[in-house]
Design a protein around this ligand. Structure first.
Ligand code: SAH
Length: 517
């Protein structure tokens, strides 16, 4: 019987951007992923959704699952997925204090094929993200990676503390918080100056990163005072001093702020990406789902007759995508719009049109329905004009009404529906974060996201709780006036409003708000 190849893969320190290309490729192709506590959720997002996922989490010193059990598990899945791929995903690098060597030895002994994919190890990455280069030409010529937690079954220290204290410039300790007092004592006893700078970096490279700086003389007291917890890297050496000049990650304008983003999963990515690159910790909470309509006779007839309209109007990027899917189903393409002019409500819609080969003839100055109507009237829409609006079923009637008032004939074709998700995996998580006061802002990019946010959160409330009370210290950030009105109607204050009414406008509003705060 053949066995699956087991890939011992380093997941890096937490920032999913630090996953290697090889790691991502293997995660996507895996039949089974065996992962632990430090392999971040953000990296597990890349795992093949069909893969079996086995959590063998080990947190700190309380081993939920013993190493022998993990070894046995790897052998068992390798045999079960014969000819398949098993990914053993480990935080950082698998061979740096990851017990990857032990697992590889077991696989080798069993004759199970394996490969190793190195990862970015925590010490190097956490220091870099804290503004500390582990070597520097004029400050440090050597670096040591040291366990701060020597195997407890050894009586005497196996680390040569005297040589370590004096012979290496930069010392990075893994798993060292609990034994910090002994580490400091041994380094000082070994001849390291008590004035040597020390930094602790917790959850390095993640949005939750925290850094504490001190000296060997003060660090034990400082750590106790701050109740600084694992997992953290302890770095000792003069390079810590460079942090004053080289700090960057924690300086980003939204660092330390946790945002809830309420868009659909498909649409959240540009907003999430923009907020994350500014340092925010983003929780995705999709409150609307876009359900494209499928082709029926009525829609097919409208699409076949598009050439009869003077104008076709798109009011969302979703509407563009849904319309092109329907055209495709009907055996048509962009040439169906050849003789009509095209109006687009704003930049995202315009870009989506362009991706389908259409250039909008009209984009209004303000990205709301009223402004689309005004611009169309200015462009000559009048008595006798024929317009077709391709949009969601649930939308305000103001656009067709204003056009009809001017004497135009308007056909509204519903190309998709927006619905509230039936249930939300994230609702419980978001409520818990709200209770803990751990959310700084919620972004709303449409009125429906506001209403559905309330509905989903209400579904999870405990007795006596209200959405308004939970949201009291949370900034509601709105994409525009219509959304803001819905926020206010539901009793919340609007902390900031986008101008222009676009996703980049929303991001800028968040930046301005927290810049002021
Ligand atoms: N194989 C891993 C290390 C596993 S040992 C690697 O190469 O990075 C676990 C220890 O790694 C933790 O106790 C902590 O000291 C350190 N660690 C892991 N991820 C970390 C992170 N994101 N920030 C700071 N320290 C981290």
């Amino acid at each position: 019987m053949s066995a699956a190849c087991v890939y011992l893969v380093g997941a890096g320190p937490g920032d999913p951007g630090l996953l290697t290309l090889r790691a991502k490729e293997l995660l996507e192709a895996a039949d089974c992923v065996v992962y632990d506590y430090l392999a971040s959720d953000a990296c597990m997002r890349f795992a093949n959704p069909k893969a079996e996922q086995i959590f063998v989490g080990k947190k700190g010193f309380s081993a939920h699952v013993t190493q022998d059990e993990i070894n046995a598990c790897l052998v068992e899945v390798a045999k079960r997925y014969e000819d398949g791929k098993v990914v053993r995903l480990k935080g950082g690098d698998p061979y740096v204090f990851g017990r990857g060597g032990e697992e590889a030895l077991v696989l080798a002994a069993e004759g199970i094929p394996f490969e190793v994919v190195p990862g970015v190890t925590a010490a190097v990455a956490a220091c870099a993200y804290a503004g500390i280069p582990v070597t520097h030409r004029t400050v440090s010529s050597s670096v040591a990676l040291v366990t701060g937690h020597e195997t407890p079954d050894k009586d005497a220290p196996v680390i040569d503390w005297n040589h370590l204290a004096q012979g290496v410039d930069t010392l990075c300790f893994y798993m060292g918080i609990r034994d910090l007092p002994q580490i400091v004592e041994r380094l000082v006893a070994g001849g390291r100056s008590p004035e040597t700078p020390v930094a602790l970096v917790r959850w390095g490279t993640r949005p939750e990163q925290e850094t504490l700086t001190a000296t060997l003389a003060t660090v034990v007291e400082e750590v106790e005072k701050a109740n600084f917890q694992a997992p953290a890297i302890i770095v000792v050496g003069d390079v810590v001093g460079l942090r004053n000049s080289l700090q960057w990650f924690e300086n980003r304008p939204l660092f330390g702020k946790r945002f809830v983003v309420t868009r659909t999963r498909e649409q959240a990515s540009s907003l999430v990406g923009a907020l994350e690159s500014l340092g925010a910790n983003v929780v995705e909470f999709p409150t609307i789902e876009v359900v494209p309509r499928s082709l029926n006779e009525e829609i097919a007839a409208k699409l076949a007759a598009l050439s009869e309209y003077d104008w076709v109007v798109f009011t969302s990027a979703n509407g563009v995508e849904a319309s092109f899917n329907l055209l495709n189903e009907a055996g048509l393409d962009a040439r169906a719009f050849a003789t009509c002019k095209i109006a687009s409500i704003g930049p995202a819609t315009t870009n989506t049109l362009r991706a389908h080969g259409l250039v909008a003839d009209l984009v209004p100055p303000r990205y709301v329905a009223e402004s689309v109507a005004e611009a169309l009237l200015e462009a000559g829409v009048a008595q006798g004009s024929k317009l077709c609006i391709l949009r969601a079923s649930a939308a305000r009637d103001v656009l067709p009404e204003l056009l009809e008032e001017a004497g135009a004939t308007v056909d509204v074709v519903h190309v998709y529906d927006t619905v509230a998700p039936q249930e939300s995996e994230q609702a419980a998580e978001v409520i818990q974060l709200l209770r803990n006061g751990a959310i700084d802002a919620v972004t709303f990019s449409a009125s429906s996201t506001v209403r559905n946010f309330f509905k989903l959160v209400e579904g999870e409330l405990a007795e006596g709780e209200t959405v308004l009370a939970l949201m009291q210290d949370v900034a509601a950030i709105s994409i525009g006036t219509i959304t803001s009105n819905t926020i206010k109607d539901l009793g919340l204050e609007v902390a900031a409003e986008a101008d222009p009414f676009t996703i980049p406008g929303l991001v800028q509003a968040a930046l301005d708000y927290f810049g002021r705060a």
